[in-house]
Design a protein around this ligand. Structure first.
Ligand code: PLP
Length: 359
């Protein structure tokens, strides 16, 4: 089998076991004589998959009964708009912490719908190469919510500690670092994540939302965009992306079988450690533009001294079957996305290449 070492930023690597299970079940799931894609979303077979996927999110992330878990469509980008549609009540203001391109897009949607303030930014001083400290945030105590991007997929920065927002609900776009480690969900009012980085294929966005926020949500918006609609219908109001939900189930079953989120954290810390150590050790050629205490455990961003060296490095990586190392088109350089499903051995191969490259 010719599987490559996949460092794609999203859609990204999936656990081999999750793919193999899909292969095995593709033509006939649970002896039903059909693929999961051919089942009615109201039938027993799909319903079991759907509920298992939700139960796995709840169990692995230790989500309390105070929250609802929704499986929706439109990606994280749609949630940029749906969050303020539901939660930015008339006359209220919302706070956005700006740490990169995704926060900017989220903020833009909130401004279309109502009042949004920048409560902190690291754009001006260092081109988003760090996460602002709590002391740098100017939080409005009366805000409807505070929005953060927990991991900045493009810039390679990540909140190591979440801001304290007091009684104001904290909302996080966790698209690129959900489930990388255990977190205290009770610190958040709402968490959303496009599935295609750490949870499964594209076409699906997971939303974890506190029940009181669902209840308090606005009713003067289209029914399809109200969180309560999807809560009341167990995310089956409209036809869900059944195969994506099925793959979410497969991916999370793998995560559970491999020890859950504590095991993921240990593995992810090791993987990121290998890369950052190699980059720092080879400062003659390589550099990481991110402040040490803001470095992401999911997207390791680095540069080489010249464009020629970068081209050469990519060619060497390609020979070793590595894919997806080119940085985002807006920032250039290199980026290794090392989500849960990227095996340690693949990351070790990259670290090795960095250590030996032109040494
Ligand atoms: C990928 C990504 C998005 C966009 O997700 P879509 O599902 O394409 O809308 C948003 N936020 C972050 C942090 C991301 O990494």
């Amino acid at each position: 089998m010719a599987r490559v070492i996949n460092f794609n930023a999203g859609p990204a690597a999936l656990p081999l076991g999750a793919l193999e299970r899909a292969q095995k079940e593709l033509l006939d799931i649970e002896g039903s004589g059909m693929s999961v894609m051919e089942h009615s979303h109201r039938g027993k077979v799909y319903e079991a998959v759907h509920n298992e996927a939700i139960a796995l999110v709840k169990e692995l992330m230790n989500v309390s009964d105070d929250y609802d878990i929704l499986l929706l469509q439109g990606g994280a980008s749609q949630q940029f708009a749906v969050v303020p549609m539901n939660l930015l009540a008339q006359g209220k203001s919302s706070d956005y912490v700006m740490t990169g391109a995704w926060s900017q897009k989220a903020y833009k949607e909130a401004k279309v719908l109502g009042t949004a303030r920048v409560a902190g930014t690291t754009e001006k001083d260092k081109k988003f190469s760090r996460i602002p400290k709590q002391s740098e945030l100017e939080l409005d105590p009366n805000a409807a919510y505070v929005h953060i991007t927990s991991n900045n997929t493009i810039f390679g920065t990540q909140f190591q500690e979440f801001p304290d927002t007091g009684t104001v609900p904290l909302i996080a776009d966790m698209s690129s670092d959900i489930a990388w480690r255990p977190i205290d969900v009770s610190k958040f009012g709402l968490i959303y994540a496009g599935a295609q980085k750490n949870l499964g294929p594209s076409g699906l966005v997971v939303v974890i939302v506190r029940k009181d926020l669902v209840e308090a949500g606005r009713k003067d918006i289209p029914v399809i965009f109200q969180y309560r609609t999807h809560v009341e219908n167990n995310s089956l109001y409209n036809t869900p992306p059944t195969f994506s939900v099925y793959m979410l189930r497969n991916v999370l079953s793998e995560v559970k079988a491999n020890g859950g989120l504590s095991a993921m954290e240990k593995l992810n810390r090791e993987k990121a450690g290998l890369l950052y150590e190699a980059i720092d050790a080879r400062s003659d050629v390589f550099a990481c533009p991110v402040d040490k205490d803001s470095r992401s455990f999911m997207n390791v961003v680095f540069t080489l001294k010249t464009p020629e060296l970068e081209t050469e490095f990519l060619a060497e990586a390609k020979k070793l079957k590595m894919e997806g190392l080119k940085g985002h088109r807006s920032v250039g350089g290199m980026r290794a996305s090392i989500y849960n499903a990227v095996p340690r051995e693949g990351v070790a191969t990259l670290a090795d290449l960095i250590k030996k490259f032109k040494a």
